[in-house]
Design a protein around this ligand. Sequence first.
Ligand code: DQA
Length: 144
Amino acid sequence: MNILVIHGPNLHLLGRRSPEIYGSQTLPQLNAAIKGRAGKLGFKTRIFQSNSEGGIIDLLTANAGWADALVINPAAYTHYSYAIRDAIEALGLPAVEVHLSDISKREPFRRVSVIKPVCLAQLKGGGAGSYLKALDYCASIKLK
Ligand code: DQA
């Protein structure tokens, strides 16, 4: 299975961004963990980070033909990007939404996800483990 992993805005700052919320792991370390789990599951991955809404939509479009499933942390776009929501729906990619923190227990604006309705699952609050669980989830639903 080919898994497209997309990290949204400000996730390039992992390690120094609010470590009490997001942990001390850097994005390269997180990506290494994702690749490790994906390798064990026999998955190929393409992993990207983008700070822009259009950039994320372009990445989704460019990789939709290759990917069997999408694991996406839309970061702050989670809470208001109808454009990313529509792109996931339009491309028809089976998607799993992930968050390092538990957005349901944070500020009211973070408790809303406009992305969730177009995803098969939302995994949150587990740090890097949220991404690893998303990969396990992709394996369990046997999309391909
Ligand atoms: C986040 C939660 C979002 O509210 C926030 O804007 C992020 C990261 C998370 O992984 O916990 O950038 O998606």
